[in-house]
Design a protein around this ligand. Structure first.
Ligand code: PMT
Length: 409
């Protein structure tokens, strides 16, 4: 088995890492890096003790998500409540699991964020204990271990060897590679992708539009359709009935998605409205704002030094969908911005009367049009959420998480 084979099961998994307050907490940083390399999404929660050893900022930088440290952080709770976070996880890993944390988990306490998350989740929990070897061998700890195992909690480590206090024995945190392998081995234990969009119809637009000038030339743009196709695939995986209205792109149709191919903004407008009614509309297409008033019937000849094109505005599909009298549950637009992202995005949110707008940070080295990766920030009336640079497939899953949250808000 190769290294990547060993971690294959983690691609796309949503892992909640709960960090306990032991010296081995620093190894949890490397764990986050390896889990992300394996394609997992990682969110981190820390006990108060853990924050004495490693800063939340370090985990934030590595995971790409704000680190959760308290039950009483109202800003963090507004973005994603702790119960939602517990529900979000496919797997929970507690590393390092200290003697105290194991005792609190065994007794079902919920006196801080980490214990509350472990009690509230239905996802499989794995612990990676780390402590002094006498604490590990103490009958109290071994009793707690047996209780946790009896409830189906998986255990990785601890390893035998030199400990932080200069002693030696069983109590060393398992190496990050071992923890990743153990999680990958048990990835199948995790519940399958939640079907939280079951029963809902989602319409997604993707790709560019081509506005014909004459039989050989057109006005187009650089959209590849990758972002919109990823969003459609993710919504379908979560149980939605998805219609994908695709501009001219060279991408395979995602599993379980009904695809309608179009070329121009007018055709996209027609196809989107033909796909309604729906519960959710996600406009990821880069629709042309202007189209020739009358496309030339024959090839335009080179006759003078300059050529003026007579263009007219295309219909704003997104704004018209949002203005539907038969209201959708959620209308989400996209916007490509290089600067003043929050200001421009919020203006579009308001002007087009959307429920949410997702602004791409275009102009960065690795993202926006054509790239397999992107970075973006979603804005809605009362909040916003940033998505760090990641593959578009992963961002699509994270965006669908947010859409589910907003639908339930
Ligand atoms: O396709 P990729 O290569 O993966 O790239 C992804 C993307 C950058 C194209 C995508 O993530 C994105 O940002 N799409 C929106 C591009 C954009 O800038 O749109 P806009 O600001 O022109 O329009 C804002 C919103 O109005 C969009 O949701 C758009 O679909 C919608 N719109 C615009 C004009 C129009 N006539 N009708 C519309 O519905």
């Amino acid at each position: 088995m190769t290294g990547s084979d060993k971690t294959q099961g983690l691609a796309g998994r949503r892992l909640l890492l709960c960090v306990g307050g032991g010296i081995a907490a620093y190894k949890a940083l490397e764990l986050v890096r390896r889990l992300r390399d394996a394609g997992a999404q990682v969110q981190v929660a820390m006990t108060a003790g853990a924050q004495q050893f490693v800063t939340p900022l370090s985990f934030q930088a590595l995971s790409g998500h704000p680190t959760r440290t308290s039950l009483w952080d109202s800003a963090a709770e507004q973005a994603m409540g702790h119960i939602e976070l517990a529900r979000w996880a496919d797997q929970v890993i507690v590393a390092p699991a200290t003697a105290d944390l194991m005792a609190r988990l065994a007794h079902g306490l919920a006196d801080d964020l980490v214990t509350t998350l472990c009690l509230a989740t239905t996802a499989p929990v794995m612990i990676a204990p780390a402590m002094n070897h006498r604490m590990w061998e103490h009958p109290a700890t071994q009793g707690n271990l047996a209780t946790l195992r009896g409830r189906g909690v998986r255990v990785v480590g601890p390893n035998d060897g030199p400990l932080a206090e200069g002693e030696s024995g069983p109590g060393r945190l398992a190496e990050p590679g071992e923890i990743v392998a153990a999680l990958a081995n048990h990835a199948d234990d995790a519940p399958s992708v939640p079907q939280d969009l079951a029963g809902l119809k989602v319409v997604v637009s993707a790709g560019p539009t081509y506005e014909d000038l004459d039989p050989v030339r057109y006005l187009g743009n650089r959209s590849s359709g990758k972002m919109g196709f990823a969003v459609a695939a993710s919504a379908a995986k979560r149980g939605a009935a998805v219609t994908l209205v695709a501009g001219p792109v060279h991408l395979p149709t995602p599993a379980g998605v009904t695809r309608v191919d179009v070329r121009s903004a007018a055709q996209m407008h027609q196809a989107v409205f033909a796909a309604l009614p729906a519960d959710v509309y996600i406009g990821a297409a880069a629709v042309a704002d202007y189209t020739p008033r009358v496309p030339a019937a024959d090839k335009i000849k080179k006759s003078s030094e300059s050529l003026a094109l007579d263009l007219v505005r295309t219909p704003d599909i997104l704004a018209e969908v949002a203005a539907q009298t038969q209201a959708l549950k959620l209308v989400v637009g996209f916007a490509a911005e290089t600067n003043n992202v929050a200001e421009y995005a919020r203006k579009k949110l308001e002007a087009k009367r959307l429920d949410m707008i997702v602004a791409n940070r275009v102009g960065i080295a690795d993202g926006g049009f054509e790239s397999d990766r992107n970075a973006m920030t979603a804005y809605w009336k009362e909040g916003e959420r940033s998505f760090a640079s990641a593959p578009k497939t992963q961002l699509a899953d994270e965006l669908i998480d947010l859409i589910v949250e907003r639908l339930n808000a």
